[in-house]
Every structure is written in structure tokens, then in C-alpha cells.
Design a protein around this ligand. Sequence first.
Ligand code: ASP
Length: 336
Amino acid sequence: MIRNLLFALSFLVVFSSCNQINKEKTKPAYVLVIHGGAGTITKKNMTPEKEKRYKAKLTEALQTGAAILKKGGSGLDAVSATIVVMENSPLFNAGKGAVFTAEGVNEMDASIMEGSDLNAGAVACVRHIKNPILAARVVMEDTPHVMIVGEGAEDVAKKNGLEMVDSSYFFTQSRWDSYLKVKEKMEQGEKHGTVGAVALDMHGNLAAGTSTGGMTYKMKGRIGDSPIIGAGTYADNNTCAVSSTGHGEYFIRYVVAYDISALMKYKGLSLEKAANRVIMQKLKNIGADGGIIAVDKDGNISMTFNTPGMYRGYITSDSGPEVFIYGNQVHVIKSR
Ligand code: ASP
């Protein structure tokens, strides 16, 4: 009897530790969810001081975006402003904290999308734009194109008054140290720290954005999933908004962000089920590491990843900010 009880208890503990589901009562007026990259992020590799800095920056990013949403601002404005906060921090692999390519330079990718009309913009392989997410937005709003790379993207950014910086701005000692470490082994390495944000605004519009320095020691010109619409970023008012982080080559091949939206649209799956199917089954089965953050049109939230940790958090009109680093997936389901 006692043995059975213990067994049932341990099952409960294991089950609840792999899937944290919070139920909230009503659809919130607005929702903002962010990630700062997924990977081998464990308490063992972290100091309490570093953990505090990450949590503070994630909270600041959430509060920046929420202030816009609270005033009735657009999801798109909230997503851009939130990502700018993370791009300006050396903690994340985007903007200021971008990782180095095999040649020892920083090449960044970013994309943004709005769910009301499937409009989208992206830049890739940019080296001098302080905030690549803003350049992605310029491509979306001020050019007839969806993606512009390299010098072309930098010209467009400059023409539109975005802040340009010398490549030395992107130097951080910690990324340089990991570059040297990976260089010794001559293989692609540490990459976590990509940033992303998704939002549902008061007008029912969804938006998503993602920004990254890619993977340490990537080849010159390599483009990951982050600027690829459908892989790293996707938003459709009929389904959800998604931002991905992880091993980009797999996320491109498995069209991760769009796959989640398509499972909802064509199979009628909930966001929680669709995210689990893609991240915890399809990707996990082939050894592809990473995760997503997402919000659906009804305000349900998913933060799903198959790695030991993912920097992440959310805020809604009714709750938060809540930020997390290690452990469990989080689904916040609105019972309607
Ligand atoms: N997905 C990014 C890339 O492959 C890296 C990451 O999210 O960690 O470029």
C-alpha cells in the first residue's frame, strides 16, 4: 500500500516537473512573451549574481513592451521595443552580445512579422546595425521586399536613420572567450542567447520578432532560422505568433514556427498541443535542440523547449511579469 502510494506520488512529481500548466480565468487584454535563447543553461553553470542580472534584464524587457501594450499600442511596437532592450544588453546573443563567426566578426540576423496581414521583414548578415530588429522592421515597412542581407540591408538601415556602429561595438570578452574555445575544437559551438518576443495587443493583433548573432564559429555568410519567416518567426491573427531559438539548421528544415501555426489551422490543435508536437516530438526525436515562445489569438501562452533551460518570461494585462531560466515548459491556458 505504502509502496503504491510512493509510486503514485513520484509519478505526480515527475509529471508536474516536466509540464507546468497554469490556468487563468479570462482572456487578457494583452499578452507579451519573450525568450533570451535556449540551451544547456543549468544552475551549475550559473552564479547567483549572473542569474540576478538575467532575470532583471528579462523583467525590464517585459516591462518595456507591456507599457506600450497597456496604452493600446500595437503588438509590433511592443515586440520591437522589447527586443531592442535585449539587443542592447551584452547578456544575450543578439546586438551587443552577438557571438563571433569563424572569421572572428559579428554577423547578425533578425526578422519581424505582423499577424493581421502577414506582412514581414528580415535582415541577415549585418555587421554595423546597432539594432537589427529595427532594420527588419524598416525592410517590412519601407521597402517592397521581405528580406535584405549584408551591405544592402545596411544601406537601407542608414537611409532610414537607424543607428550604425563600428564593428568594435559588438565585441564582448565573454563571447570572444567562447569563440577562442570553440576555435580550438574547430566546430560550431555555443549559441544560446538569441532573443525573441511575441505579443497579442488590445486590438486582437498578433506580432512576432526574433534577433540573433547566430552560432559561434558559424561560416561567413551562414544564415540561421531567426530571419527566416516560417522558421524563426511567424505570426497569423487566425492562429498564433511564434519566435524560435535553437539549432537553426533544423528549425529551417522543419519550418518550426509555421508548422505550429499550421497544426493549429489545419488540424485544429491547441497551441499547447501543437508546440509539444513540434518541439518535444518532431525535433527532439532527431536530436535538434531548442524551443519556442508563442501566444495564440485567445491569449494562451506557450514556452516550450527540449533543452535544460531557456531564458524566458511573460506578462499579461492580468498577471506577471514572470521570468524563468531553467527547467519546465510553461503553458498558461485561459479557460474561456
Ligand atoms: N537559432 C539561432 C541560429 O541558429 C541560434 C539560437 O537560437 O540559439 O542562428
